[in-house]
Structures are given as C-alpha cells and as structure tokens.
Design a binder for this molecule. Structure first.
Ligand code: ADP
Ligand code: F6P
Length: 319
C-alpha cells in the first residue's frame, strides 16, 4: 500500500479534522502518500484533490467542520457514479480509500468495496446512530453544545416561569436528545424510539404545576415532530403556552471536545493500521474503550439501542 485517499462525506461533525490529521500522519509515518478528496464523493467524481502532508494537516486538530469540506452526492448513489469513482481512484493511483462520515457515506464506501476496492470507514456524525462503535466522532461535542444552549434557556425559563420546547438534531435517532436531556437535567425528553403520547405529557406537565413547579424544559428529538407542531398541540389540547427553539446546525459546529479529538485521533490511526493488516470493507470503532473493526454493513444492519438505564433515569429524575 503506497498511496491512500481520504474524504469526509455527509453531515460534518466536530472531530473530522482530527481524524483527517490522524489518517494522514499515520499513513506518512508508515511511508505512504495521502491524497485528500474535497467535498466527499463529489470531489472524487470531479477530481477535486489535494495532496496532504504532515504540515498541511498541522493546526487543524482543534478546528470544527472539515478542511476537506463535505457534501451529499446524489450521483454516487447510482451504479455508474460508483464506477466513475473507481475509475478516478485508479486514475490517481490510489491503493485504498478512508471514508469519514455517517452510515450513508459508509453505504457509498461499501459499493466501492463490492467492486473490489480497499476501503475503511471512520464513523463521523453527531447522531451517534451507527452500530459498530459506542460513540461516533462528533457526538460528544454536539451533546456539550446542546447542553450549553439548554443551560442558557433554563435561566430565562426559570426567570419567566415558562415552558420551553427544545428541538435537538439526531435525524431518526434519539441518542443526542437523551444524552443532552440527562446532562441538562431536563424534565422530559421525547424520543423517536418511544411512542409519543400527548395525554401522558399533558398529565406530567399538570402534575408538575400542581406541585409548584413554575418552569419546564422538554427536549424533543427532531425525529419525533417539529417543536412548532408540538407547541400547537399543547396549546390546543391543554392550553399550555410554550416557547420553542430549534438548536439546529449550531450543534454541528465548534471545536471538538477532548473526548472527540482523542476518539478521532485513535480511529484515524486505527483506520490506517487496518489497511496495513489488509482488512478491507471494514469500519473502525471504539467499543468499551478499545479500538476495533467490523464489517461496514454492521453500521446500518445492526440496531443500536438507546441505553435503557438512561431512559428510566430521566423518568426518575424528572419526577
Ligand atoms: P451520512 O454519511 O452523514 O449518513 P448521507 O446519508 O447524506 O450522510 O450520505 C452521504 C453520501 O453518501 C450521499 O450523499 C451519497 O453520496 C453517499 N451514499 C449514501 N447512500 C449511498 C448508497 N446506497 N450508495 C452509494 N452512495 C451512497
Ligand atoms: O446527520 C447529521 C444531521 O445533522 C442530522 O442530525 C440532521 O437531521 C441532518 O444532518 C441535517 O442535514 P442538513 O445539514 O442537510 O440540513
């Protein structure tokens, strides 16, 4: 293995730069050359490349976003797109490709693998919705960002004795919402994995009012419903007047936390080590503190469950 490519694809996540740096430096340490493809699979198809060196990945470990930029590339979702990607990889004399992204990006990598091209995936998404790793790169930072925002909202909620509905990202998964809710001491959390019942929620809010609680914070995972819709339902059915906030893309930005910078560095190093061992079509992950590999398909075929203890904990603590 003499020359490898690396790209970031799908939604960006804090720590992607630390992963790019670790892939590049580990590869160079092992006498390989590294080429970065810009804008995910778009850059692969368009030949948008930059050589990466020890110094060009200096000073990026702490930066949010991704210096390679990222994109969603519909062209790559067609067989002819994947074949064109393979042709480009050969044109640039690339022996293997490291894909940093979510399970969508891993599907793309898997298509290349099926055509016989060596690939390794590094899980990077704030959603943490991928099996094969306890944590994806970016999840911890996004939780901390959400937490900081929720803490600020709590101040004003408490001063004005208000009910706030806070919508957090996570696509169809509730990992980010659950983690942020427990960390922020939120009263309730609504998760896509748990059937939503408006009556139960209204009863809880009434009960809280009766025992003298003057403000409440409800964390709503975006996969449940838009907070504007929930606010309208609460108003119509029980007369609750809620303020709403959508935390949105702010959760994707910022410098990686120490946890994410370390995780991304370890996974970046682990990806190159996997290639050296001849392990292709795999993802690297962190399970119980250890860096491990498993087939790429595990990330979307296996179901990653929310922590049941965390779910009952929020029920108990939000009494
Ligand atoms: P994420 O990687 O964050 O889950 P997406 O689901 O948007 O983000 O996927 C990112 C990109 O991965 C897509 O825009 C597309 O280029 C590629 N991709 C996703 N699914 C496939 C697929 N089935 N085949 C080939 N490429 C895919
Ligand atoms: O997958 C990361 C994520 O931020 C999800 O939480 C969210 O649903 C989605 O991406 C938003 O995508 P976009 O950046 O295209 O609006």
């Amino acid at each position: 293995m003499k020359r490898i490519g690396v790209l970031t694809s799908g939604g960006d996540a804090p720590g992607m730069n630390a992963a790019i740096r670790a892939v590049t430096r580990t590869a160079i340490y092992n006498d390989m050359e590294v080429i970065g493809f810009c804008r995910g699979y778009d850059g692969l198809l368009d030949g948008d490349v930059i050589p990466l060196s020890v110094s060009s990945v200096g000073g990026i470990i702490h930066r949010g976003g991704t210096v390679l930029r990222t994109a969603r590339c519909p062209r790559f979702m067609k067989p002819e797109g994947v074949r064109e990607g393979l042709r480009r990889l050969k044109e640039y004399d690339i022996d293997a490709l490291v894909v940093i992204g979510g399970d969508g990006s891993f599907h793309g990598a898997y298509e290349l693998h099926k055509l016989g091209f060596p690939v390794v995936g590094i899980p990077g998404t704030i959603d943490n919705d991928m099996a094969g790793t306890d944590c994806t790169v970016g999840f911890d930072t996004a939780c901390n960002t959400a937490l900081q925002c929720i803490e600020k909202l709590r101040d004003t909620a408490s001063s004005h004795e208000r009910l706030f509905l806070v919508e957090v990202m996570g696509r169809n998964a509730g990992f980010l919402a659950l983690e942020a809710a427990v960390a922020a001491g939120a009263e309730y959390v609504l998760l896509p994995e748990v059937k939503f019942d408006l009556d139960t929620l209204c009863k809880k809010l009434h009960y809280a009012r009766e025992r003298g609680k003057t403000h409440s914070l409800i964390i709503v995972a975006e996969g449940v419903m838009p907070v504007s819709e929930l606010a309208a339902k609460l108003k119509d059915t029980a007369g609750f007047d809620a303020r709403i906030i959508v935390l949105g893309h702010i959760q994707r930005g910022g410098s990686p936390s120490s946890f994410d910078a370390v995780l991304a560095s370890r996974l970046g190093g682990g990806a190159v080590e996997a290639l050296k061992r001849g392990e292709y079509g795999v993802m690297v992950g962190r399970i119980a503190g250890n860096i491990v590999t498993c087939p790429l398909q595990v990330s979307w075929e296996q179901k990653k469950d929310l922590d049941a203890d965390m779910m009952s904990l929020i029920e108990t603590l939000g009494i």
